[in-house]
Design a protein around this ligand. Sequence first.
Ligand SMILES: *Cc1c(COP(=O)(O)O)cnc(C)c1O
Length: 363
Amino acid sequence: MKKFVIERDKLAENSRRIQERAGVPVIAVLKADGYGFGMAQMAQVLAETGITMFAVTEPEDAVKLRELGFTQQEILVMRSTAMADEAYQAVQANAIATVGSPEAAYCLNEVAEGCGTQARAHVKIDTGMGRYGFLPDQYAEIKAVYTHCAGIQVTGIYTHFHSAFADEAATRAQYKQLCNITERLKADGVDCGLRHAANSSGLFCYDDLMLDAVRVGSAFTGRIPAKTPTGLNRLGYLESRVIELRTVPKGHTVGYGAGYVTKDATRIAVVPVGYTDGFSVEKKKDLYRFRDVIRYIIGEIKNGLGKGAIYITVNGQRARVLGHVGLCHVSVDVTGLDVHNGDTAILDVNPLYLSPLVPKEYV
Ligand SMILES: *Cc1c(COP(=O)(O)O)cnc(C)c1O
């Protein structure tokens, strides 16, 4: 028995907190299956809390959202694309496409005209992310999307911060580059539409980068890299139960590689959750800054010394995982704790790595 539990009221509370902090419309980013929380269920809760605009990466997800019945919301497809099939999907879903290059503009324009319609789009500016967007010095090309593409109605313009959680100077420089372009458009008599830049860290680490809208994803889940206190609920946990309780003597080894040796007689609870479910599986460390590298090295040394312990919660009490996490089980130390067979075990997992075989349950 195991399931990933997501509390609706906590998500709703996060949504309200985010909208209150933003003070401008919030574009809710639902990429990667809603950051692993389930795009459909997440969209439902967010819509109920007043979110009227979603953003996805895959054009296919825009189609899916429409099929799920989200017909009133705006959907921004954040991928600029020179692929006609992707542009077609965006147009068919009545989504707002992203145009980040002359090729993408040409492609969307052709597709829209072929469909006998006008596609809506936001123009993307690459201020340092290096993935989608016109470079800031391509002003003529940017303006041309607004003024020379009969098949495209541009209703917004945006950029994406690469280091909002860590580097204020770089973030403000990116923001400034976007604003320079919107001001120039204005001076040329072009209505640039909805301006947006801030992601979750941009919203919570700065008071003044909101522009006309913010694009927020991870903050809904309460899991953002920024150190700033956010007042958000950390969303989601893996629930299982104790299926075996046993006591082993002092000097007994636990787990593959005999990674742990008991220092005394030890009462062990077995919980049937392991790597296969996504427990204790993490993305390679993001070593963005020198101090992150130092922290990482210290952490690894501590791990080597057996100090990087992993804890789970059993019957409401903190219990340490002994030895290495197995593919399908963990053994935890419940010596002296009030624990019985069948008691609930709660484990922290990153839902992005949660096995698709583990059911998600909104409660
Ligand atoms: C993922 C993404 C966001 C949201 O980022 P969070 O930090 O999760 O809020 C916003 N904009 C773009 C273009 C993205 O790819």
